[in-house]
Write a protein that binds this ligand. Structure first.
Ligand code: ATP
Ligand code: MG
Length: 824
């Protein structure tokens, strides 16, 4: 029987094979998405091993995520069969930890050093900032943490930070950085960034150690090379400079970590760094259908200064990329949920698919909430990859603890979580005193705190803040407990009446006063105060009347929790605030706070249930290198994708990185790719209309099918919201400046020509809180109340939308279920 010496070469094309068989020395594979770079890289590892060129421990393979490393290990394992030992495969960080443990003493650590997480890191920096008498409000610890990280990404030790970069913290940035490093050393600890930097330092200062690793790792292979930062680049170059057996693969169009210090220049410079490199270009894409590929290529073509690549595929045309606009984000989630189920069953155009084959890729992690809620409601198993699920996030757990405390004042776990978040000057001792008092009296911690205050067991600033906290908790619980209580509502209504009378009186008084009268100022001030009290009273009535969303907002505001994140100047803070808004938005779907809390505890419980197949939800960043037969790309709206931050940046750099992210997103899909946007997103109960993403303009008409959302068949809403600026012709500036984009000729052309068919018709409304289809029970001239716009009168009704003439905010169109009947 003829021997088959290299089965791993059989399913490779000639270019891939050339890369696998390339002789020793530098190799670069610079090619577009889905061309089999990772596949060829893996085959090269197998090749080195099976031909005896290298023993397993002589190969080092670096991947971008642990997940990618695991997949590569599996593939190599499968291709090799029984071979002793496996190569070193992992991320830069996981490999660095291994190296550092062996040589820790060279950077003043012991081999059992601990690795701090971000919270620990920030706590440590905060201590330093306070000890150095630096104004922490102006120069928060998180900001310093971000700075230090960015310095470490550039391989700058404190001595190497250029003075031009160190003006923050009153020119003491580098000094603090040095103190922080000393402190870490004293604690026998490192942070994440240190792992690489220490290894680079050891390599640079101990040629003997470097030489040892150069002998060990005779072959180095790196995936996703376009996203390496300076520290990683140095790390690799040091290891590879002697033998030059380095094989890097990547795609400049998929460089998406510039914001974290990645230098796409590293890959573009490879041939200079390693002269004589064997360069392989791959052009055949094996992953996606021609339609998907054409859409991705057209979008990325709008970036300037690319190398530019041709991609082709032999796959059958298949389905066009689907584009659909929705009224709002909830509808988008509902539609995608229905689609996933339809695809699972199999549709006219497609065979049944496992949920494992489907993924939803979002731009911002707060987008996940709507999907998680929806999937829980319909019992669709899902997993979130590369981050905590929405309700597991720090800020969400904090906020939920506040809500729990409002509902059940005896919830001690919730009390402990938030009593000193934000800081209320209650240190460990004060908290222990509360615990002791509560145990002695056999009451809850909130009760214990109340007793401690009554008996003067706590003093100073902490006492005042604790008192405010206890009073607030009592007030929040009062609103929960007295929801719908007519007597209480009446009490407030009477008060409101008195306040209004008072304001009328003051207004009359003001009219009588002469323009220059000195008394005017004080009367005006009283009117403002009275107005504010009226506003508060109206809000309280609305809350008593059942508006729990308003209550939730009040809790987050009064507790200082929102303010805490607003004052936070770190890069994560805006994301956390977004998540909080998203949380409040989620509340709108529920009857009351209790119902919502139950829903969330169900989500948490659901986690332990192991379903065989699950749909994946992840960010676009986490999806790099992965592929799925079916991909949904929701939220393509300007401000969300591309992100507001990237649009605000001067120059095109930010938006271009977003566009590469769009390219990464589309190219994850093998057979079916669906892009969607919502015309409205609700933020704090207020509708904000959004423009379809500028990237939608860049999609090529011929490869896109525009779907009609099922909602439109009901003769319902917002044709304007559905008409996206699409198909080119409407310049970006123009679009940003004018809402006329909704009537863009491109979109009209598309919608007229494209055969529109609804994919999955929504099933019978399921019996769930989220599904409650609000059928307007209002009639013309009804008085209503809205969380944001206050009181108003219904002047028009159209399906489940109302036109309301608000007393102060003018006429607005609103969904009926967000409007309450008013007792006015
Ligand atoms: P990305 O840029 O997204 O990381 P990639 O270039 O690394 O993509 P791979 O993930 O290696 O691409 O390959 C994409 C898909 O194409 C995989 O499913 C892979 O198995 C398949 N593939 C790659 N090369 C071939 C080939 N020569 N014949 C058949 N299928 C192939
Ligand atoms: Mg890859």
């Amino acid at each position: 029987m003829a021997a088959r010496p290299a089965p791993y070469l059989d399913d490779l094309n000639p270019e891939q094979r050339a890369a696998v068989l390339a002789p020793d020395g530098p190799v670069l594979m610079l090619a577009g998405a889905g061309t089999g770079k990772t596949k060829a890289l893996t085959a090269r590892i197998v090749h080195l091993l099976t031909t005896g060129k290298a023993r397993p421990n002589e190969i080092l393979a670096v991947t971008f995520t642990n997940k990618a490393a695991r997949e590569m290990k599996d593939r190599v394992g499968r291709m090799l069969g029984q071979v002793e030992g496996m190569p070193w495969m992992g991320t830069f960080h996981s490999i660095s930890v291994k190296i550092l443990r062996r040589h820790a003493e060279l950077v003043g650590l012991k081999s059992n050093f601990t690795i701090l997480d971000t919270d620990d890191q920030i706590r440590l920096l905060k201590q330093l900032i306070v000890a150095e008498n630096i104004d922490e409000k102006r120069w928060p610890a998180r900001l310093l943490a971000g700075l230090i990280d960015s310095w470490k990404n550039r391989a700058w030790t404190p001595a190497k930070v250029p003075s031009s970069e160190a003006s923050a913290y009153n020119n003491r940035g580098t000094e603090l950085y040095q103190m922080y490093q000393d402190r870490l050393r004293a604690l026998n600890a490192t942070d994440f960034g240190d792992l690489l930097l220490h290894v680079v330092t050891i390599f640079q200062t101990h040629p003997d150690v470097l030489a040892q690793y150069q002998r060990w790792f005779r072959y180095i292979l790196v995936d996703e090379y376009q996203d390496t930062n300076v520290a990683q680049y140095l790390w690799l170059r040091l290891l590879a400079q002697a033998h030059r057996n380095i094989c890097c693969v990547g795609d400049d169009d998929q460089s998406i970590y510039g914001w974290r210090g990645a230098e796409v220049g590293n890959i573009l410079r490879f041939e200079k760094d390693f002269p004589g490199a064997h360069v392989v270009r791959l052009e055949q894409n094996y992953r996606s259908t021609p339609h998907i590929l054409a859409a991705a290529s057209a979008v990325i073509a709008a970036n300037k200064g690319r190398l530019g690549k041709t991609l082709w595929t032999e796959r059958e045309a298949g389905e066009k990329v689907r584009l659909i606009g929705h009224w709002d984000g909830e509808e988008e989630a509902r539609w995608i949920g229905d689609e996933l189920e339809a695809l699972q069953r199999g549709t006219r155009a497609m065979d049944p698919h496992s949920l494992d084959d489907m993924a939803i890729l979002v731009r911002a992690s707060h987008q996940m909430r709507a999907f998680e809620d929806r999937f829980l409601t319909i019992g669709l198993p899902y997993r979130v990859i590369g981050g905590p699920r929405f309700y597991e996030r720090l800020e969400i757990r904090d906020a939920m603890a506040y809500f729990r405390l409002a509902v059940s004042p005896a919830d001690d776990l919730a009390f402990e979580r938030v009593v000193n978040t934000p800081k209320r000057g209650l240190g460990d001792t004060a908290q222990q005193n509360i615990q002791r008092r509560a145990r002695a009296a056999g009451v809850s911690l909130l009760g214990g705190a109340r007793e401690l205050l009554a008996q003067g067991g706590i003093g100073g600033k902490g006492a005042n803040q604790l008192r405010t906290f206890v009073t607030s908790c009592d007030a929040w619980h009062y609103f929960v407990a007295n929801r719908g209580n007519e007597l209480e509502i009446k009490r407030y209504a009477d008060q409101l009446f008195v306040l209004r009378e008072e304001r009328s009186r003051l207004l009359r008084e003001l009219e009588l006063l002469d323009e220059n009268d000195e008394a005017r100022e004080s009367v005006e001030r009283e009117i403002v105060i009275c107005g504010a009290r009226i506003g508060r009273c109206e809000r309280d009535i609305a809350i008593l009347d059942g508006n729990h969303v308003l209550l939730a907002e009040q809790i987050l505001e009064e507790s200082g929790y929102t303010a805490m994140w607003q004052a936070d100047k770190t890069p994560e803070a805006p994301g956390r605030l977004e998540n909080l808004k998203e949380l409040v938005k989620a509340l709108e779907q529920f009857e009351n706070l209790q119902g919502f809390l139950e829903h969330v505890s169900l989500i948490m419980e659901n986690e332990s249930e192991e379903a065989a197949e699950k749909v994946s939800i992840m960010t676009l960043h986490a999806a790099k290198g992965l592929e799925f037969p079916v991909v949904f790309l929701p939220g393509w709206e300007d401000g969300l994708f591309p992100s507001q931050r990237s649009m605000d940046e001067s120059g095109l750099k930010g938006v271009e990185e977003e566009r590469r992210l769009a390219y990464v997103g589309i190219t994850r899909a093998e057979a079916l790719c669906t892009i969607s946007f919502a015309a409205n997103r609700r933020v704090y109960g207020q509708w904000q209309s959004a423009l379809p993403s500028r990237f939608i303009d860049e999609l090529p008409e011929a490869h896109v099918e525009v779907l009609t959302p099922p909602g439109l068949y009901g003769g319902g809403y917002g044709a304007a919201g559905m008409q996206a600026g699409f198909g080119g012709g409407s310049g970006i500036e123009q679009r940003a400046a004018s809402a006329d984009a909704y009537n863009s000729p491109g979109w009209k052309r598309m919608t007229e020509r494209a055969p529109t068919r609804p994919m999955a018709q929504p099933r019978e409304a399921r019996n769930s809180v989220i599904d409650l289809d609000a059928i307007s029970s209002f009639t013309l001239d009804d008085r209503v109340f809205h969380a944001k716009f206050g009181y108003g009168t219904v002047v028009g009704i159209e399906g489940d939308k109302l036109d309301v003439a608000f007393d102060k905010a003018g006429v607005k169109k609103l969904v009926a279920r967000f409007v309450l009947p008013a007792h006015q």
